[in-house]
Design a protein around this ligand. Structure first.
Ligand code: PA5
Length: 445
């Protein structure tokens, strides 16, 4: 189970003021439970973990097995909420060098449809040329340009390389039940497909097939992942007292920090495998809270790597930041620092220590230095990088985000701002239906 410690924020804000949010948190929790708040048609994620059935997981696992049996590589095509959750979990749980290993126990998972890089797509299609590969086409709307463009290329390549019959077996669609081009293609081609529920938005969809299928293909235990989320659903439930509910405390603390001028939250990890958990978290909080000219800016760093770059800014830059550290209690493997007779690097004082002991002291030393430098610090501790912990962590952030967004007074479940660039891009590309916008935008250039 994860734990949250806000002690090192208390020189900057008071515990009394954090606890003064209790009534607002309660109101937010009730609005979520009763569906009476803003964006109430997008609350399907709230009790999603506990409503996932064994049959659903079995269906996902069976499809995952088909791809595992028939593919060396599986490309996950999706963007934003249709890709970050899967990548966050897969990278958190995978061996860092897995894709370089000769003997693989699962298909290599690659990603596409999350950028419009010509070179990226060229290099990907080149790499796939002699590979038995499959594709998961993930798009709730079924019309996202980045994903549709990548899928068009990958579908053709898969059919050309592997034949239409095999392509049908190794291409899976995860999309809306009825609408969108991805649904139409899946139905026309006879692909196996999974539905993204109407009431679950992209950034809250990691525990739907959007996340679960790629995670299962990568060889991880989706039952344990869901079990971790179910445990957190209980631990953060609306009847859990405020002081014992980590999501309530996190939501209250960040809002109190924001009120006190701390406009930027930096999510910190000390384990490179958590990089994409931070990317997922940035989307979750950025897209949920950044609207109506308000919202904490979510940033992220990987320490100790970024202590050698962003560390300077964090220690001495403008004092508008606070940090939330994700600390992993136990490593998966054990590695001790060897002794060296010559000791030219002067590191014999570390001989016999586990590498993680050094990492933990970097963490503690940094926390003290940053607090001394005027940066409030929260700490989330997870027991280990395993399915249960990650499942719990994801749900913790989701429920805290819902509560926090309601405290802020915004609709945490829409994203009207992401349409602006699309409208301009379509106008610039002369998309049919955008004739007026095309004229208007040309006049501005
Ligand atoms: O959270 C969101 O809603 C977005 O990030 C979407 O997931 C993203 O834009 C992809 O959309 P779609 O799944 O419709 O292709």
């Amino acid at each position: 189970m994860i734990s949250l410690n806000i002690e090192k924020t208390l020189g900057f804000i008071s515990k009394e003021n954090v606890f003064a949010y209790e009534a607002q948190v309660k109101a937010a929790q009730e609005a979520l439970e009763n569906g009476t708040g803003k964006g109430n048609d997008f609350l399907g994620w709230l009790h999603l973990p506990s409503s996932i059935t064994k049959e659903h997981l079995a269906d996902l696992k069976a499809t995952a097995q088909t791809l595992r049996d028939n593919c060396e590589v599986v490309v996950v095509a999706g963007i934003g909420g249709s890709y970050l959750g899967a990548r966050a979990v897969i990278e958190a749980l995978s061996n860092s060098f897995t894709w370089l290993q000769d003997k693989k126990t699962a298909p290599v998972i690659l990603y596409a449809g999350h950028n419009i890089g010509e070179d990226y797509l060229y290099e990907l299609t080149e790499y796939l040329k002699d590979k038995k590969f499959g594709v998961i086409n993930i798009s709730k709307s079924g019309t996202t340009t980045e994903t549709a463009l990548a899928f068009r290329l990958l579908k053709k390549q898969c059919e050309d390389q592997r034949g239409k019959d095999m392509a049908k077996k190794v291409i899976v669609a995860i999309t809306d039940a009825k609408k969108g081009a991805a649904r139409v293609t899946a139905d026309n081609e006879g692909y196996k497909s999974f539905i993204i529920p109407d009431n679950v938005g992209g950034r809250f969809s990691v525990l739907t097939p959007v996340g679960l299928l790629p995670i299962a293909i990568a060889g991880f235990d989706i039952e344990k992942l869901v079990a971790g989320a179910v445990a957190m659903e209980k631990a953060c439930g609306k009847d859990v007292p405020f002081a014992e509910n980590p999501a309530a405390i996190y939501a209250a603390t960040r809002n109190e920090l924001y009120k006190n001028g701390k406009k930027i939250e930096i999510l910190v990890n000390y384990n490179p495998k958590l990089h994409y958990v931070s990317e997922w978290w940035k989307q979750l909080y950025g897209e949920s809270e950044g609207k109506e000219n308000k919202g904490i800016f979510p940033a992220a760093v990987d320490f100790s790597t970024d202590l050698h770059s962003m560390g300077q800014w964090i220690q001495e830059g403008e004092r508008t930041i606070y940090e939330t550290v994700i600390s992993v209690e136990k490593t998966q493997y054990s590695l001790q620092v060897p002794s060296d007779e010559a000791n030219l690097d002067g590191l014999n004082f570390l001989a016999g220590k586990h590498v993680d002991e050094v990492n933990k002291m970097a963490e503690l030393g940094t926390q003290l230095a940053h607090v001394d430098g005027g940066v409030p610090n929260m700490r989330i501790v997870i027991p280990a990088l395993n399915e249960e912990s990650i499942g719990g962590l994801l749900y913790f952030f989701e429920i805290a985000c819902g509560i926090s967004g309601y405290i802020l007074g915004v609709n945490p479940f829409n994203q009207p701002g992401v349409e602006a660039y699309k409208k301009n891009m379509f106008a610039l590309l002369n998309k049919p239906g955008y004739e007026e916008e095309s004229k208007a935008i040309q006049a501005r250039l």
